[in-house]
Design a protein around this ligand. Structure first.
Ligand code: FA5
Length: 342
């Protein structure tokens, strides 16, 4: 019987030396320790062993079983370590400087232009503020000198929510809370998404972006306003663009202006993007009405200020020569991914 145990030990020893994979280890385990394996077969011979030798025989088979289990575990650990090393080596072989053969994403043109505007105004000492897309009647109208039943409310078709709140129709809706938050003197811009329930065409969307800007201090005048508008446009376009300033009415500014840009799609000749006028309304602006300063808790005797409401979506159209504003909300990745920014 001892001979059989020894020869099994020897043949296992030879085989375990040669294994090269986890699969081969598993095969050996089944061959030697499985239900129908060599060790079970040896143990089943116990009944033929004389009584006085049974104990020694059982101990010697159990001893063999433990040795085989130990060696299987060692072989398993050795192969796992080799496998890990192989993975590390292959990772080291990988050249991270090679160009990738996959598509990279791109920023939306609105994001690109918004970042540019933010950078320009930051460099001129303005802070960039955030404001909720949902607001209320007070912020969107009353605090802007547009009382209930004032005809100016017809200028903007508003989406009202069942809560009585509304989706902001213009970024001017943030003026009051920003004035209350910081007081005067104040230089801030606040970009944001606006919503208007109006029919769409090549230059009108129901959802679009504006950037509001306000500057309040002692002795702020229209010439400060014109300076900032000119600086911003020449920085954004990197070239001279033709603009015109004409009187405009907004209850929250006095005097108020419309700043139009000559259409860069048609060069001023007239096209659907500018409704065939050659000009695009881009940035209404004006001197903040004293009532609006008062509602914002600012002394209108001491301070004056200007405000503007730049049509950011239209600016992006002009900068990237996008003929139809609806492309920007279309989700058409092929069209949108071609804009890479400066
Ligand atoms: C306003 O929204 C005023 N709050 C702007 C303002 C701010 C005036 C501060 C004075 C002082 P208006 O409704 O004109 O104004 O919109 C401003 C700009 O937003 C427009 O010139 C245009 O560029 C853009 N805009 C307006 N409606 C749309 C629309 N439906 N789709 C795309 N852009 C629009």
């Amino acid at each position: 019987m001892d001979d059989k145990t020894s020869s099994l030990r020897q043949s296992f020893g030879e085989l375990i030396e040669k294994v090269k994979s986890s699969d081969e280890i598993e095969q050996l385990r089944v061959e030697f320790l499985g239900k129908k394996g060599h060790v079970s077969a040896l143990m089943s011979q116990l009944k033929t062993v004389p009584n006085e030798q049974k104990k020694a025989f059982g101990q010697s088979v159990n001893q063999l079983k433990q040795e085989i289990e130990g060696q299987l575990k060692e072989a398993h650990d050795r192969i796992a370590a080799l496998e890990e090393q192989r993975l590390i080596n292959s990772a080291e072989d990988y050249d991270v400087t090679l160009p990738m053969d996959i598509d990279t994403g791109s920023y939306h043109p609105i994001t690109l232009v918004m970042r540019e505007i933010e950078e320009i105004f930051r460099s001129m000492g303005f802070t960039v503020e955030d404001f909720s897309e949902i607001t209320d009647d007070y912020n969107c109208f009353e605090a802007l000198n547009i009382p209930k039943h004032h005809p100016a409310r017809d200028m903007q078709d508003t989406y009202y929510l069942s809560s009585g709140q509304l989706l902001k129709t213009h970024t001017s809706a943030a003026q009051n809370s920003i004035m209350k938050k910081y007081g005067a003197p104040l230089r801030a811009i606040f970009p944001g998404r606006c919503f208007r329930n109006e029919s769409t065409d090549a230059c009108h969307e129901t959802t679009f972006f504006q950037v509001e800007g306000i500057m309040i201090d002692e002795d702020i005048s229209i010439s400060n306003l014109i300076y900032f508008m000119k600086t911003m446009l020449s920085e954004v376009f990197g070239k001279d663009v033709t603009v015109r300033l004409r009187p405009g009415f907004f209850p929250f500014v006095e005097p108020g202006f419309e700043l139009d840009i000559q259409c860069l799609i048609c060069g001023g000749e007239g096209c659907p993007s500018c409704k065939n006028s050659g000009w695009l309304e881009l940035c209404p602006c004006g001197m903040i009405h004293p009532n609006v300063l008062k509602y914002g808790g600012i002394d209108s005797e001491k301070y004056t200020g200007f405000a503007f409401g730049l049509g950011l979506t239209r600016l992006a159209m002009m900068q990237y020569e996008i003929k139809d504003i609806r492309t920007l909300n279309s989700g058409n990745l092929k069209a949108l991914s071609q804009f890479k920014g400066k």
